[in-house]
Design a protein around this ligand. Structure first.
Ligand code: ZN
Length: 314
C-alpha cells in the first residue's frame, strides 16, 4: 500500500517536471519570437527612415514609431558614407544638371584638387627680357670697327637667352621686343610691370670712344637693392666662366651720375639689372660675342633660373 502511494507520488513528480520543462521551452520560444519581432520592427523603421530620406513624400503616418522619431532618424541616417557615395556616382553618371543633389559631394572632392593646383603653379616664374634699343631710330651705339649696331647684337643675345630660359619648364618669358622695332623705355618697364615679372634683365653692348677698354658689367638702381645686385652678379659670374676680357661687376646708378638711374631700371617694379655685354669698339669683345653669344645666353639663363629658384617664393 505504502509502495503504491509512493509510486503514484513519484509519477506525479515526473509529470510535474515534464510540464515545467515544456513551460520553460514555450517561454524560451516566446522570448526568441519577441526579440525577433523587436529587431524586425527596428529594421522596418530604419527602412522607412531611409525611404523618407530618399523621397520626402514617402508615407508620413506609418505604423510603429511616431513622426518625430522618424524625422530624427532620417536626419541621422541621411549622411551615411555609403549612401552619399552611391548618390554621387549616380548623379555623376546620368546628369550634371541636378542642382540639389551634388551639394554634399562637392566638399569631398574640391580640397585635394585645389592643393594639387597650387602645388603645380607655385614655382612658375616670370622673367622679362629686354633687348636694348631697336628700330631705325634706335640703333644704339655703332661699332667703329665693323659698323655693327648695338640694337642688332642685343636682340640676337636676348632671343638666345629667351630660348634657353624656356627650356627650363618652370619659367615664363616675357619680352619687350622680338624684332628690330623701336620701343620707348617707359613702355619696356611697363611691359615688365604688367606681366608681374619676378625679374627684369635688359641687354646692351657698351662703347667708349678710345676703344681701349673691353669687358662686361651690370647696372642696378642707385639705391643699390641687394636682390638686383645678386641676380646681376650671378649672370656676370656665369658669363665670366664662358670667357670675357674682364668682369667689372655690378654698379649702382649710371656711369657719370651715381645718384641717377637708367629709365627702365627706375621704372621697373621688380629686381632689375641692365647688362653691358662687351664693348663694340674693342675687337676682342666683338670676337668673343660673335663666337660665344649662345654660350653667354645659356650662362645667363642658368644664372637667372638658379636665382629664381633660390630666392623667389611664389
Ligand atoms: Zn645701350
Amino acid at each position: 500500500m505504502i509502495n503504491r502511494r509512493q509510486e503514484n507520488y513519484h509519477r506525479l513528480q515526473v509529470v510535474l517536471k515534464w510540464m515545467l520543462a515544456v513551460n520553460l521551452l514555450l517561454a524560451g520560444i516566446a522570448l526568441v519570437l519577441f526579440i525577433r519581432n523587436i529587431s524586425l520592427s527596428r529594421q522596418v523603421s530604419e527602412l522607412t527612415a531611409q525611404l523618407e530620406a530618399d523621397m520626402p513624400s514617402f508615407g508620413k503616418p506609418t505604423e510603429g514609431s511616431s513622426p518625430e522619431d522618424q524625422r530624427t532618424e532620417a536626419q541621422t541616417e541621411a549622411p551615411t558614407p555609403g549612401e552619399n557615395e552611391s548618390q554621387s556616382q549616380a548623379t555623376g553618371a546620368d546628369s550634371t544638371e541636378t542642382s540639389t543633389e551634388p551639394e554634399p559631394t562637392e566638399p569631398e572632392t574640391t580640397p585635394p584638387a585645389t592643393e594639387e593646383a597650387v602645388d603645380h603653379e607655385k614655382r612658375n616664374f616670370i622673367v622679362c627680357l629686354d633687348a636694348g634699343h631697336g628700330g631705325p631710330g634706335g640703333k644704339g651705339a655703332i661699332s667703329t670697327l665693323d659698323g655693327r649696331y648695338e640694337s642688332h647684337d642685343t636682340l640676337k643675345l636676348m632671343l638666345a637667352v629667351r630660348d634657353a630660359l624656356q627650356s627650363y619648364g618652370d619659367v615664363t618669358v616675357v619680352v619687350t621686343r622680338d624684332t628690330d622695332v623701336e620701343v620707348d623705355n617707359g613702355v619696356r618697364a611697363q611691359i615688365a610691370n604688367d606681366a608681374n615679372a619676378d625679374v627684369f634683365v635688359s641687354f646692351h653692348r657698351n662703347s667708349n670712344v678710345a676703344g681701349d677698354r673691353g669687358g662686361i658689367e651690370g647696372w642696378i638702381h642707385s639705391s643699390n637693392p641687394s636682390d638686383s645686385r645678386e641676380v646681376g652678379e650671378r649672370i656676370l659670374a656665369a658669363m665670366e666662366k664662358v670667357g670675357v676680357v674682364h668682369n667689372y661687376g655690378v654698379k649702382s646708378g649710371t656711369w657719370d651720375e651715381p645718384e641717377a638711374n637708367y629709365k627702365i631700371i627706375r621704372l621697373a617694379e621688380m629686381p632689375a639689372v641692365l647688362l653691358e655685354v662687351g664693348y663694340l669698339n674693342f675687337q676682342r669683345d666683338n670676337d668673343l660675342f660673335d663666337r660665344y653669344y649662345e654660350e653667354y645666353a645659356e650662362a645667363a639663363a642658368g644664372a637667372i633660373c638658379g636665382w629664381l629658384r633660390d630666392t623667389v617664393v611664389r
